[in-house]
Design a protein around this ligand. Structure first.
Ligand SMILES: Cc1cc2nc3c(=O)[nH]c(=O)nc-3n(C[C@H](O)[C@H](O)[C@H](O)COP(=O)(O)OP(=O)(O)OC[C@H]3O[C@@H](n4cnc5c(N)ncnc54)[C@H](O)[C@@H]3O)c2cc1C
Length: 362
């Protein structure tokens, strides 16, 4: 059995990793010029790594990522939540002190950033065949029940096709609905289901500001902040143990408002907020990193630029046809949204695929 995996985020790579211990052969096509998908780590040096995509895992609730990190012998860092946190309501209210744990629960980061996990999975796969810069545009079921996927090379705009016995799409559901033509057509129930699953964090952006010292800690501040004044809504300490100190933030400033700003004006607004909260020392920063996911064509559709108001219902869509699978964090009912959900959905797809392959052999 030969499988085509579309997308090389955590779910696509983990599926490839699992398949590499079986007789099932596979190849991957990936629209970006890199692997990892929503995992994006800035690594100015070995000691300095700052995640602009996912940062944390929650060991008490997320056994799959805990086991994988252990298996791959990666080191972890406990999230710094000591001291007091800040709550900034409106212009007229003074900043309040609150318990650090009111802002963040117990969680951990991965040494090297989440990209260390991506690279460790990738390196464990003995023969991996990935075509980067290759975006899938269509899938057709052939008369012999195999599939042909059409893809376009982003650099040359040249088209090519891939044949497979089974195809696994790992694109976020709305992106899948918008960008892939299905023959036979997707049933209405599947289309509605995909549209009802917003891309997790699709409306978000992240900024990281680095410093020589975690100066906020000497004032017994955790670095954690909740702010209704913005532009950052939530702020956390992401100091690297042997490198630079850092604060990162998620934005309260809406995607449409961010789009009207320049990178320089966003940087200016973020640094001014940190000065307002932590004093003049915050102006003496080393580097500023920024990623706006609401403008990332391989993660979101225009409908994702609205903030998610309540937790979406994630999970598998209704059945389409045999041997076309949907994997990825938004397809996992229990931990959808998180890295744990991406891993769980890769494992579930692996079980379905290998069951199918054994049935075919019999
Ligand atoms: C700002 C932010 C913060 C987050 N924080 C956390 C956190 O702290 N902890 C946590 O657990 N999770 C967090 N998440 C969520 C986490 O990033 C995701 O759950 C996980 O990375 C999803 O992996 P995936 O493989 O399902 O999807 P993706 O990583 O989105 O992978 C899909 C892949 O498909 C590719 N693709 C898209 N279209 C095509 C096409 N047409 N053809 C071929 N390839 C295509 C994409 O380029 C991508 O590589 C965060 C996400 C964001 C954006």
């Amino acid at each position: 059995m030969h499988v085509l995996i579309v997308g090389s985020g955590i779910s696509g790579l983990r599926l490839a990793d699992l398949l590499s211990d079986t007789d099932v052969t596979f190849n991957i096509i990936e629209a970006r010029d890199r692997i990892g998908g929503r995992v994006l780590t800035e690594t100015p040096s070995n000691e300095n790594y700052f995640d602009l995509g996912p940062t944390w895992f929650w060991p008490e609730k997320e056994p799959k990522i805990v086991d994988l990190i252990e298996e791959l012998q990666l080191s972890t860092i406990e999230q710094y939540n000591n001291g007091q946190s800040l709550l900034e309501l409106s212009d007229n209210n003074p900043v309040k002190f609150i318990k650090a744990t009111e802002v963040n629960s117990y969680c951990k980061r991965i040494e090297g950033g989440v990209n260390a996990l991506v690279q460790a999975i990738y390196q464990r796969i003995p023969t991996i065949n990935i075509d980067l810069n290759t975006r899938a545009t269509a899938i057709k079921r052939n008369e012999d029940q195999t599939f042909t996927v059409t893809a376009v090379n982003n650099r040359t705009e040249g088209e090519r096709t891939y044949d497979a016995d089974a195809v696994v799409f790992t694109l976020p559901p709305r992106l899948l609905f918008e960008n892939i033509d299905f023959t036979p057509e997707l049933p209405e129930t599947v289309k509605v289901d995909l549209l009802n699953k917003p891309t997790w964090m699709g409306a978000q952006a992240k900024a990281v500001v680095t410093y020589n010292q975690p100066f906020w800690r000497k004032d017994e501040l955790s670095g954690n902040v909740i702010s209704w004044q913005g532009p950052l809504r939530e702020i956390y300490d992401v100091t690297t143990p042997n490198g630079d100190s850092a604060l990162f933030g998620f934005f309260g400033l809406a995607p449409a408002d961010r789009k009207r700003e320049t990178l320089a004006s966003i940087e200016d607004k973020v640094v001014n907020q940190l000065v307002r909260l932590f004093g003049e020392e915050a102006r003496d920063y080393k580097a500023f990193y920024y990623k706006d996911w609401s403008q990332d064509d391989y993660t979101v559709t225009p409908g994702d630029t609205l903030n998610i108001e309540s937790f979406p219902t994630y999970g598998q869509p209704p059945a389409y046809i045999d041997n076309v699978y949907f994997a990825g964090t938004e397809y996992d009912a229990k931990n959808g949204g998180h890295l744990e959900g991406a891993l769980a959905s890769a494992e579930q797809t692996f079980n379905n695929l290998t069951h199918q392959s054994m049935t075919k052999e019999r």
